[in-house]
Design a protein around this ligand. Structure first.
Ligand code: SIN
Ligand code: MN
Length: 275
């Protein structure tokens, strides 16, 4: 998938691109069929919501689940990022966020690069998020909210919030968010399962809790340019990967055909990846 020059300009201006219905229902079913068994596992990669059994986020499924390992090499997700940066990318982080019906909790206002810079010593914002919706996203089930153009501001001051949710995050204060929204507005891309979003790692974003009866499961690939790899291994490897090998894409039909993929963590997470 090649981005047009109009899309590249739009990305530069807004900090994100939305691609409705990029994956077919058959392709999405291959992934959604796999999620319940992943979420049922008791392994450290499943982070549960505070005070609940609902999975907030599952890390690194591409290391132990064949459908997600193929998704991690999908040209529709990886090639636009390589195009923007003009350089090969590796998988910095891979997650399947639950935002489950009734139980899905907030993600506070933040920039992903804030965390990657502060915790992982990623040198520059030459990394990108690509998300796909495994469920339809509507105004009720906690859509991701973006402040368009906020990626232009670089790394904003943030505080380390270890209290609000079960997952620590470098979050941005309310006065700054108010100022940014007054200037840039607020958007929340919504659409059917199979829709895709690409967003800049400095784009300020958040999502509210999910009080609806509809799950909002989405997958996020965080792709970093190889030369910009992280310098510090403070967080466990299943959260911030240490293998900087460039991703080699599979063919476009890789979700529908059983291409061979390595599953190095299939029988459990190696001890070294837990530290
Ligand atoms: C994130 O910011 O990493 C996740 C937000 C969400 O899934 O709503
Ligand atoms: Mn984020």
């Amino acid at each position: 998938m090649r981005l047009t020059s109009a899309q590249l300009e739009q990305f530069d201006r807004d900090g994100y691109l939305f691609f409705p219905s990029t994956f077919s229902p058959e392709e999405i079913k291959v992934l959604t069929d796999e999620v319940p068994s992943l979420y049922a596992q008791h392994r450290p990669e499943n982070v549960r919501e505070k005070g609940s059994d609902a999975v907030r986020t599952n890390f690194a499924a591409h290391m132990y689940s064949a459908p997600f390992a193929r998704l991690a090499r999908h040209p529709r997700m990886v090639e636009p990022v390589v195009q923007v940066f003009g350089e090969p990318v590796y998988m910095h982080q891979f997650k399947i966020n639950g935002k489950m019906a009734f139980d899905g909790d907030v993600w506070q206002w933040h920039q992903d690069f804030g965390t990657w810079f502060n915790d992982d010593q990623m040198p520059e914002a030459r990394a990108m998020n690509v998300a796909i919706f495994l469920d339809a996203v509507n105004e009720f089930n906690g859509p991701l909210m973006f402040i368009p153009g906020s990626h232009k501001l670089g790394v904003l001051d943030a505080g380390h919030d270890t209290e609000t949710t079960s997952y620590p995050l470098w979050t941005i204060d309310h006065a700054t968010i108010t100022r940014l929204i007054t200037r840039g507005g607020l958007v929340a891309p919504k659409g059917p399962a199979g829709s895709m979003i690409m967003f800049h790692s400095c784009l300020v974003h958040a999502s509210t809790s999910n009080l609806s009866p509809w799950n909002r499961v989405s997958v996020y690939l965080s792709l970093c340019t190889v030369s910009n790899h992280i310098r510090r291994f403070k967080r466990p490897e299943y959260i911030a990967h240490r293998d900087f090998t460039p991703i080699e894409c599979l063919p476009d039909d890789c979700l529908l055909r059983p291409y061979e993929v390595a599953l190095p963590w299939k029988d459990g997470t190696p001890e070294a990846a837990l530290r």
